[in-house]
Design a protein around this ligand. Sequence first.
Ligand code: AMP
Ligand code: MG
Length: 357
Amino acid sequence: MENTEHRPARDEQTRRRLITLLTMVGALVTLLIIVHQKAGPDLPPTQPVVREFAIFDSYARITLWTDRDTAEGALAACAGDMRAIHDTINNYDEESELSALNRTAATAPFVCSDLLWDVLQAAREGYEISEGAFDVSVGPLMALWGFHQKRDGLPTDEEIAAALETVGLDRVQFDDRARSVRFSVPGMSLDLGGIAKGYALDRVMDILRRHHVSRALVDLGGNIACTDLPPPQREAFYVGIRDPFDTGAMLGRIRVLGRSLATSGNYERRLVIQGRTIGHIIDPRTGHPVKGPAGVTAITTSGRNSDVFSTAVFVGGAPMAQRLCNAVPDTGFVLISGLPDAPVRTIVGDAGVVIDE
Ligand code: AMP
Ligand code: MG
């Protein structure tokens, strides 16, 4: 039974404790309100967190307008994911899954990991929409023209014709249920260099979204994506169009929000054989490196499409650009042609606002 004798004293003690507690809670609430008002309800920090990584034989530069803890969590996840993509689809690495596929898919169906299968689906879509101008089965042609191993002479017409017999995504059998790939001709090989960075860009943007980063600019070696929201106190993101004839200079800027951009050009990667410059983008139908416009920038709503489209339009020129604009909303292109001292800029479709310098 309870001893009632000490009740008044205990009641007084409880009352004092309650008052102290309420005072403390009140003070804490006031403090929180002050802090919240100072930071502003939705205002992200104006100083971004910027991080660079070496990846895809190039660089990645990620700029985030968010608090440092959120940024660090998101950046760690992005770095891990980019590394996984690189390690899976790098065909210059004998150990990669793509190299294993290329070694064995002519003899038995190769069952893909989810990651490799996903990239290959994007590549198949790219092939369909570009009517074969974008074709990741260019591997044998890349090798023939000396991009895998240095060669002294130019390939002969016979060599090109023979290589073409091993090229064409319609010669690759995809089993959608088993998620496996089989080459119908020996000697085929896939090269995901034309889509890898664009694919990675989409994954990075997804990771940022999952980490609640709503203002970001991601540059994966010239493949760029930005969020729907601009940096604080700015109206949009501005992405420079590089002058393909003078890569230190810019030929204007594009004002964008929520877009991905990719640029293809021979100035990035080329060989010189017997005095002839060999560009790294090959027309899978002729087997010859494409001379192309000097540079093509594709602007659209996904990283993978921007990467596929810039390569496809490098092969197919302005008519291909028009075709892709008709097929995919919110898509546009900036093509640079002409001569070094007189570059010509052609805009096709909805490229965003292009600003002259
Ligand atoms: P990009 O710089 O995105 O235009 O991609 C060029 C890279 O894609 C080359 O270095 C090759 O690895 C690969 N490639 C070359 N020609 C083609 C093509 N017609 N379709 C798809 N990938 C290609
Ligand atoms: Mg590309």
